[in-house]
Design a protein around this ligand. Structure first.
Ligand code: HSE
Length: 304
């Protein structure tokens, strides 16, 4: 085999109270990465406006890391097609990193397990997020709902209920270059025990919801009293979008990953169009246009 192409989904991290721990793959957007063996070095080809220097590119870092870790002598050409909007809390760099790790594994017949693929893809997050966290990459690699344990890295996947639906509002605003660093800098270093108890109860209920395939339990447990209040001011119109969506029937609403996208949790039976319109109006109140996507949980990265 000389060439492999992999498609990896967007994802939402945190799901409210599961900061840096929960991830959910979403069939909203996809990135495609093709890896081809070449004689020497690592080269990147893309039509998208992303860095093509391997050390500054998510996929380049993953290939460099995997080449070294698995002692692969061959050079690798990387072709990238971005579909996941970058910098909006939809796991854009993670999707590219996940696709790369899965493609590399296949191209060189390494037979790696899920945890190792996630570990390799996580290296790519350094390029954009400045720190490694595995919530988005795990979801993009494995699909479904993910719980990330660290020290040592251990990723747990649960299949989402088939009636779970998500409505994502991606505001058309300019995001800071180092958006994730900015939104991580406002997260409190110390929290009251009572807040941690509330979040722990909600996070546990989300897990129970996925295990029981109970979308209503998942939706109503999407409540975060620690990170969301600290980050809300970075998203103009956030509280209006949230209020409108809940009024339109969403079960729970929160920031998608580090934002600025906002995600509503609902079921197949909800009036999804009404929720979508309500979210759009919330941003429009602040004169902000937004892209609204109604979607389902997704499978993980796949060879195409
Ligand atoms: N869990 C991360 C955060 C996701 O919220 O900062 C962003 O990459």
């Amino acid at each position: 085999m000389n060439s492999v192409t992999v498609r990896a989904p967007s994802s939402t991290a945190n799901l409210g109270p599961g900061f840096d721990v929960f991830g959910l793959a979403l069939d909203a957007f996809y990135d495609e990465v093709q890896l081809t063996k070449q004689k020497h070095g690592i080269s990147i080809i893309t039509d998208d406006s992303i860095p093509v220097s391997p050390r500054k590119n998510t996929t380049g870092l993953v290939v460099e890391y995997m080449k070294k870790k698995f002692r692969i002598k061959s050079g690798v050409q990387i072709r990238i097609k971005k579909g996941v909007p970058a910098g909006f809390g939809m796991g854009s760099s993670a999707a590219s990193a996940a696709a790369t790790a899965v493609a590399f594994n296949k191209l060189f017949s390494l037979g790696l397990d899920g945890n190792t693929l996630v570990e390799c893809a996580g290296v790519g997050e350094l390029a954009s997020a400045g720190s490694i966290h595995y919530d988005n990459v795990s979801a993009s690699v494995l699909g479904g709902f993910i719980i990330v344990r660290t020290k040592p890295l251990d990723v747990i996947k649960i299949l989402p209920p088939s009636d779970l639906r998500l409505v994502v509002a991606v505001p058309k605003i300019t995001v800071p270059k180092k958006k994730t660093q900015v939104s991580r800098s406002v997260v409190p270093k110390h929290i009251p025990l009572s807040d941690s108890v509330v979040n722990l109860a909600n996070a546990s209920s989300i897990v129970a919801g996925f295990v029981r395939k109970d979308s209503e339990l998942i939706g109503k447990s999407i409540q975060d009293v620690i990170i969301e209040p600290a980050r809300a001011h970075l998203i103009p119109g956030f509280y209006q979008v949230k209020k409108n969506s809940l009024k339109a029937g969403a079960l729970g609403v929160t920031i998608s990953g580090a934002g600025p996208s906002v995600i509503s949790f609902a079921t197949k039976k909800s009036n999804l169009k009404k929720i979508a319109d309500a979210m759009k109006k919330g941003f429009a109140n602040k004169r902000i246009d937004s892209q609204i996507v109604i979607c389902k949980p997704s499978n993980g990265a796949k060879t195409i």
